[in-house]
Design a protein around this ligand. Structure first.
Ligand SMILES: [Zn+2]
Length: 348
């Protein structure tokens, strides 16, 4: 253990040398912000804080700029990439491994950290409430029909909640009494990664009341699942597939697996994620940032499934987050589940 701590010490020595001026205590290193250049009027101001201890729930070293007009944050690994300090010979593979956000396959099914964290006890409690009651299995039939699959793959199934009842007492948004039964009987839910939210879809497709979100906990959270996920490491990269809606995402992934000539899905690691609202560049930027922090997907390929006519240049700012390749698959009709669609492909 001792030697590992010393390894990270090497990183902080490099940072101090690079930035020249710094302040520090046991917990943080404070420097002028690399991203915004820091305050012009206060040349001694140091707004960028770098944690010297792994930060929960990401379980890795993080940085944050407290300058209001900047607010840039990310992992220490990202900072090393952006400053190109990552190329220094002292930064060994071992160090890089330690700087990668910790994540394993278990985490996707458990989706909670075992380490004590303020909201983890609530997450654990919420997790224990998922019981897919037979009584509501007609909701799974709806998902089968929507996905045109007889068997719902495991990676989708484990994100579905059919019995909403136990969650209602934990809802942070006020749900009218008159609405409760309607939600319980007519909505199938998809849980977000940290179970902060249930994204509920009305199974009556003739209804205009299509979506409802039940907020269970504070914090940024998204729908994330993975059909294929092997060992995540800096050496082994993969592809993240992003969409606005969950069904667009799942249909789009099916479409890509059937049209392998279209996009080469890089390696064995594939993560699917939905913004759950918002299909513009900013929504995808924030979602990808969330995936970087939680899954260490730095320098992976991104595929955006889009039904909005957003010019490909708009997505180019995702490059700021260290991306290998960005492809946008644009389908004007919006539903990747339809037959005979002809989406257009842009590479950025
Ligand atoms: Zn800054």
């Amino acid at each position: 253990m001792k030697s590992k701590e010393n390894d990270i010490g090497v990183v902080f020595d490099i940072l101090k040398e690079y930035f020249g001026r710094y302040k520090e205590n046991n917990k943080e290193l404070q420097v002028r912000c690399f991203y915004c250049g820091d305050s012009r009027s206060k040349p001694n101001k140091m707004s960028l804080y770098i944690s010297k201890e792994p930060v929960e729930p990401y379980n890795t070293y993080m940085f944050h700029c407290f300058r209001a007009s900047c607010g840039m944050s990310g992992t220490l690994l990202e900072l090393l990439r952006d400053t190109e300090l990552i190329n220094r010979p002292e930064i060994t593979k071992d160090i890089l491994k330690q700087l990668t956000p910790k994540f394993n396959n278990d985490a996707l099914s458990k989706q909670v950290s075992d380490k004590p964290h303020k909201s983890v006890s609530l997450q654990k409690k919420l997790l224990s409430l998922i019981k897919n009651n037979e009584e509501y299995s007609y909701k799974l039939t709806y998902v089968q029909q929507r996905l045109q699959r007889n068997i719902i793959p495991d990676y989708i199934l484990k994100t579905i909640v059919t019995d909403i009842r136990p969650f209602l007492p934990y809802a942070r948004n006020e749900i009218k009494e008159s609405l409760k039964n309607y939600l319980i009987n007519n909505f199938v839910c998809f849980r977000t990664y940290k179970l902060n939210k249930l994204i509920c879809r009305n199974i009556d497709h003739t209804s205009n009341f299509r979506y409802y979100n039940i907020q269970l906990n504070n914090g940024i959270d998204y729908y994330v699942t993975s059909p294929q996920l092997n060992q995540l490491s800096l050496i082994k990269k993969g592809t993240v597939i992003l969409a606005e809606g969950i069904f667009t995402l799942l249909h789009g992934y099916d479409y890509l697996t059937k049209h392998k000539d279209l996009i080469n899905l890089n390696s064995d690691n594939i993560i699917l994620a939905a913004t759950g609202g918002g299909g513009n560049a900013t929504a995808f930027y924030n979602l990808f940032k969330f995936l970087c922090l939680n899954f260490g997907v730095i320098d992976w390929d991104i595929v955006i499934l889009s039904d909005l006519e957003v010019s490909p240049e708009q997505y180019s700012r995702l490059r700021n987050l260290s991306v290998n390749k960005i492809s946008v698959l644009y389908n004007a009709k919006g539903d990747f589940g339809d037959i005979n669609i002809q989406p257009s492909l842009f590479t950025i």
